[in-house]
Design a protein around this ligand. Structure first.
Ligand SMILES: Cc1cc2nc3c(=O)[nH]c(=O)nc-3n(C[C@H](O)[C@H](O)[C@H](O)COP(=O)(O)OP(=O)(O)OC[C@H]3O[C@@H](n4cnc5c(N)ncnc54)[C@H](O)[C@@H]3O)c2cc1C
Length: 428
């Protein structure tokens, strides 16, 4: 007999939710996390689309450590010292299923793991799982140091750099163009200052995404999210494209913080957290096989993440996929059959849900971003040139509006614009 019904590796969004759902249904569960605490090693930009969390914890707003409800969206194209910004503010962004919140992973992940513990899951921190235990072709547990822990089902929720998914022969090492690297700081500011700087109501805040000079014109972007009494700021750059950059990511972040659109927001603040992390950005085509005999793969370990430039999602997918992995495991445990064929209901659940439907819908988007460098090194300048032309009044004779707009457009190439727009329409 196995030590546990299920062992879950990783106490991130996916792992804690999987452990919670299994424990809530009375299964014996062990969750193993290499960090000293849940969230100690985890990073996100900062915005949680809450619908997936609500499906597991209907009353989460009253107890989860949420920072601010996001009701203001900004997207900026930036050059070295100029910015063109689209802003959308709406109370409807904060309503019901559409609500989203900024979060800090330290407190948020600790809360999520505590829900699993309260439901009866056993949790061990500060221990890295190094290997899997096999019985013939079936995975029957994990090995950490000298210890071997057996379980009927093993759920791998060990994040984007999942060495265990390779050992399980489920996934291959991602290619550099499928991964992005990020650097992030949390900058502390008085709560009222954050509220004032974003013209927010108390408890409400903004998400702000950037393309262009944030990554020195390379594929990727910058982000800024308002927390209760801090802002999360960072840059994300595709690994393969970064190879052609003479500027490392940490320097990109430093330059981004000094950009005229950003520096006033951070003025007087104090950096209290600095982190770096990988993001799986290859989309649907990067999703590996998700189960084998005795084992399931979930969250970032299954590459369930999307970066659309104006929207970054991974936490809601991790929460939903963690829940579905646990549900598939429950059905298999109850049937006394944890074969790959029985566990395959997990993939079917994901395909039937927004998780794989979304990834499939944006399947062509990663290649579009990678193959359209003008988004990052051309269009921000074109937008700034048009805007400068429109808004500059310096006593020299005015140019006709058509010339003001068409000059920069012609500089970029009308055909290029049409080509990119056509490509973009196809994949979005
Ligand atoms: C810069 C950045 C910005 C992002 N912005 C957003 C955003 O705004 N909104 C959004 O929804 N998503 C965003 N994402 C994506 C999101 O953060 C991830 O998709 C999500 O955190 C995945 O959760 P997870 O539980 O699968 O993995 P993780 O949160 O990475 O958790 C994996 C856990 O496994 C543990 N672990 C790893 N290996 C082992 C081992 N061998 N033994 C034991 N434990 C192990 C780790 O320590 C970690 O705790 C962003 C990501 C980054 C990096």
């Amino acid at each position: 007999m196995a030590d546990f019904d299920a062992v879950v590796v990783g106490a991130g969004c996916a792992g804690s939710v999987a452990a919670y759902v299994l424990a809530r249904e009375g299964k014996s569960v062990l969750m193993i996390e290499r960090g000293s605490d849940a969230g100690a090693k985890n990073m996100t930009g900062g915005r949680l689309y809450a619908h997936a969390l609500r499906a597991v914890f209907p009353g989460f707003e009253s107890e989860a450590p949420l920072e601010r409800k996001i009701v203001r969206e900004r997207v900026s194209l930036i050059t070295e010292d100029e910015s063109t910004t689209v802003e959308f503010a709406s109370p409807r962004l904060g309503e019901d299923e559409a609500a989203s919140y900024s979060v800090l992973r330290g407190p948020f992940d600790r809360w999520l793991a505590s829900k699993a513990e309260d439901a009866g899951a056993e949790c061990i921190y500060g221990i890295a799982v190094e290997d899997l235990v096999w019985n013939g072709g079936r995975i029957v547990g994990v090995r950490a140091g000298e210890d071997e822990i057996t379980a009927d089902v093993t759920i791998l929720a060990d994040g984007v750099n999942s060495l265990l998914s390779e050992k399980a022969k489920l996934a291959k090492r991602p290619a550099p163009h499928q991964l992005a690297v990020s650097a992030k700081e949390v900058v502390e500011l008085p709560e009222q200052t954050v509220t004032d700087r974003f013209q927010a109501n108390p408890g409400e805040g903004a998400a702000w995404l950037f393309a262009g000079a944030a990554t020195h014109g390379h594929v990727g972007g910058g982000f800024l999210y308002t927390n209760r009494s801090s802002v999360s700021i960072g840059v994300v750059a595709t690994l393969s494209d970064l190879c052609t950059s003479s500027t490392p990511v940490y320097q990109m972040l430093e330059d981004f913080k000094n950009h005229p659109a950003v520096a006033p927001v951070l003025a007087g603040g104090r950096t209290v957290e600095y982190s770096g992390h990988l993001i799986p950005e290859g989309g649907f085509d990067m999703v590996p096989q998700m189960c084998c005999d005795g084992c399931l793969l979930t969250g970032d370990a299954a590459m369930l993440c999307i970066n659309l430039g104006y929207q970054v999602r991974g936490m809601d997918y991790a929460i939903a996929a963690g829940r579905m992995a646990a549900e598939a495991a429950l059905e298999a445990l109850d049937a006394g059959d944890v074969s790959a064929a029985r566990l395959a209901t997990y993939r079917a659940k994901l395909e039937d849900s927004f998780v794989l439907k979304d990834l499939a819908a944006y399947r062509g988007f990663p290649a579009f971003m990678e193959g359209t460098p003008r988004i990052f090194d051309g269009y921000p300048q074109m937008a700034a040139d048009i805007m400068r032309g429109l808004f500059t009044v310096d006593g020299s004779p005015v140019r006709p509006l058509k010339g003001t707009v068409m000059g920069p457009v012609k500089g970029m190439g009308v055909l290029n614009l049409l080509k990119d727009a056509r490509k973009g329409m196809k994949v979005l």
